[in-house]
Design a protein around this ligand. Structure first.
Ligand SMILES: Cc1cc2nc3c(=O)[nH]c(=O)nc-3n(C[C@H](O)[C@H](O)[C@H](O)COP(=O)(O)O)c2cc1C
Length: 313
């Protein structure tokens, strides 16, 4: 089975996770230049032309492989799916759903398709539709999450898929110990998000970065479980109000009042009280702002060292 860097042509076996409103063409290019697969996030973009523009920006800034994260729930998803082939994008990751209806076109264009899945059953369906690899994302992740942890999901995904396609671990990976663990669990690489939020190149507001650096181990909470829209964010005034409303039985419409535009509030305005500070549980282990290249190099080198030093007595 190929390791992720062989599959993607990257220096490291890492994917920079798509992050709505954050992973611009410029940020994806920075991650690709630093050795990961940079991904442009389509979540937060309003039209296929905006996506085309970000793809062109990315291509002008890197000659390394990069891809696009397509949010299937985006109202412009059909047009965006087509822009990917028109612009010659080589890799697409997809979240929330089954990209089956785009698969033939994408495969005809030689694209590598890597959906995110939080369950083995969905992953099996995705492979039958033609997926080349699966990102198994645990609930430790920032943003929209499933129920299972990376520790339990990855090995069950690896076993359940019977070696048919490579499995990439996501959620809870920010240092060499966690990377080595992901490989021990059977993954061929890692998708990382939260640890890149504190990179110099990440275009989020400084207040958001400071909240990440100040975060402790138990700083995050999942909102939206009651309405089947679970999202992991750093606890703040918004999350407290949201969870109180959830406990009081608020319905989806009422709860959406809290979250409407809330990621943008955090990312662009630095509003750390009312904004949605999406972050994974690893935020408690982030202590400084560093260049993406340093974050990736340390993750890789320390991961290899940890794996080589592994002993069970
Ligand atoms: C701020 C933020 C926004 C995210 N937005 C998206 C998104 O738009 N699409 C997606 O597929 N995943 C999204 N994710 C999940 C990441 O792509 C990635 O799988 C996850 O961050 C990995 O776990 P980690 O946060 O523990 O590193 C987001 C994560 C964060 C932290």
């Amino acid at each position: 089975m190929k390791q992720l860097n062989e599959l993607l042509g990257t220096r490291y076996p890492f994917i920079q996770g798509g992050m709505a409103n954050i992973a611009t063409g410029e940020f994806a290019a920075a991650c690709s230049n630093a050795g990961a697969l940079g991904l442009i996030a389509s979540g937060g973009l309003h039209s296929a032309e905006e996506l085309r523009n970000q793809i062109r920006i990315c291509r002008s800034l890197t000659d390394q492989p990069f891809g696009v994260n397509l949010m299937l729930m985006n109202p412009a998803a059909d047009e965006m799916a087509q822009v990917l082939t028109e612009e010659g994008v080589r890799v697409v990751t997809t979240g929330a759903g089954n990209p089956g209806k785009y698969m033939k076109d994408w495969k005809d264009h030689g694209m590598t398709v890597i959906p995110v899945s939080a369950s083995v059953a969905l992953a099996k369906r995705l492979i039958r539709s033609g997926a080349d690899a699966i990102i198994a994302e645990g609930t430790e992740s920032g943003g929209h999450v499933g129920e299972m942890t990376t520790m339990t999901l990855v090995p069950q995904m690896v076993d359940g898929l019977d070696g048919k396609v490579p499995v990439i671990a996501a959620g809870g990976i920010a240092d060499g110990r966690q990377l080595a663990a992901a490989f021990v669990l059977g993954a061929c690489g890692a998708q990382i998000g939260t640890c890149l939020l504190v990179s110099k190149e990440c275009p989020i507001h400084d207040n958001y970065k400071e909240a990440l650096l100040a975060a402790k181990d138990n700083a995050t909470v999942v909102t939206g479980r009651s309405v089947d829209a679970p999202v992991r964010i750093i606890k703040n005034q918004m999350s407290r109000n949201y969870i109180k409303a959830e406990r009081d039985g608020a319905d989806r419409m009422e709860l959406e009042k809290f979250t409407l535009g809330s990621l943008r509030k955090a990312v662009f305005d630095g509003n750390v009280k009312e904004g949605s500070l999406m972050a994974g549980q690893v935020c408690g282990q982030l202590h400084e702002i560093r260049p993406v290249a340093d974050i990736l190099r340390d993750l890789y080198e320390n991961g290899k060292r940890e794996a080589a030093a592994l002993t069970i007595v």
